[in-house]
Design a protein around this ligand. Structure first.
Ligand SMILES: N[C@@H](CCC[C@H](N)C(=O)O)C(=O)O
Length: 295
């Protein structure tokens, strides 16, 4: 099976070209592909399929040619991925499926427009996507529990669910080896991604993120937008403005228009191409695995 690998601000993805929609990967196969020990390793898997060949996307075929079939590293579905869609568009252009410019791409959260500038325009690999406007589904009072501490959280929907908390220091989030907990327990029936946000100055945020279905990652595009949305909401700020958002993997930019529409921009780079077998079909050859009690 051919694949490409790349990242958006060091949020890493495996791209599986499947234009005719023939790949039907199980949850376990996706987990193994995303694992560094049994596969190529990535935060998420992007199946590159034509809308006409994907039952979930066929209704969008009149607007978009390609469907981003996104899965988290644990095999779960995520409807939208801001860094993933920017890399997906970069891949389509690099692979010759599309010309540079603005591409309409279908996702489970609807069609998004992504701009891949031509190499000649000096944008140094920046790819941008119009993310739409945030929603604040509530409930009004959510508490986030992590690292033995409790914070008030804002529920922001960017096509996927986020819990945003403001911290004095990004280290306050602790190791993030276990997923944060939200109270009340039914605030996020389908789970959530958490942003721990420190305000650095006007128009400047920094954040760490714990992604639903993945763990701590080095960047999250929907998370950067959710952080900006929560920051503006608590300041009652509705003006058009540009924000820098610093993450472990680098900097993303979020531009907010007067009507609240957000555009996310940042680097998106293809780093490798290769061929990979479907993990799970290989024999276990590690002699230690035969020892009782050793995994
Ligand atoms: N890394 C992504 C978000 C991916 C989806 C998320 N893990 C979820 O389950 O909703 C981004 O860049 O937005």
């Amino acid at each position: 099976m051919p694949f490409a690998k790349g990242h958006g601000c060091q949020n890493s993805f495996l791209l599986l070209p499947d234009p005719a929609g023939r790949l039907d990967l199980t949850t376990d196969e996706i987990r193994r592909l995303a694992d560094t020990h049994t596969g190529a390793g990535a935060d998420g898997i992007l199946r590159v399929v034509r809308c006409t060949a994907a039952p979930e996307a066929v209704a969008m075929a009149g607007t978009a040619e390609w469907f981003m079939d996104y899965r988290n590293a644990d095999g779960s579905l995520g409807a939208m991925c801001g860094n993933g869609i920017r890399l997906f568009a970069r891949y389509l252009v690099d692979a010759g499926h599309c010309s540079p410019g603005t591409l309409a791409i279908a996702t489970r959260a609807g069609v998004r427009h992504v701009r891949v500038p031509p190499a000649s325009d000096g944008a140094q690999g920046q790819v941008s996507v119009v993310m739409g406007s945030p929603a604040f589904p509530g409930p009004d009072h959510i508490t986030l529990v992590a690292a033995g501490r409790r914070w008030p959280a804002t529920h922001v929907d960017m096509g996927n669910p986020h819990a945003v908390v403001f911290v004095d220091d990004l280290a306050d989030a602790g190791t993030l080896h276990v997923p944060p907990i939200a109270e009340p327990a039914d605030a996020y029936p389908h789970g959530f991604t958490t942003e721990f946000v420190a305000v650095r100055g006007p128009g400047h945020l920094a954040l760490r993120v714990h992604e639903r279905g993945v763990g701590e990652t080095r960047a999250c595009g929907t998370g950067a937008c959710a952080a900006v949305a929560a920051h503006r909401r608590r300041a009652h700020d509705t003006r058009a403005a540009d924000y820098r958002v610093d993450l472990l993997g680098g900097r993303l930019h979020v531009a907010v228009a007067g009507d609240g529409t957000m555009t996310l921009a940042g680097p998106a780079v293809i780093t490798a191409h290769g061929v990979i077998g479907l993990p799970g079909s290989e024999e276990r050859t590690d002699p230690l695995s035969k020892l009782e009690g050793v995994r």
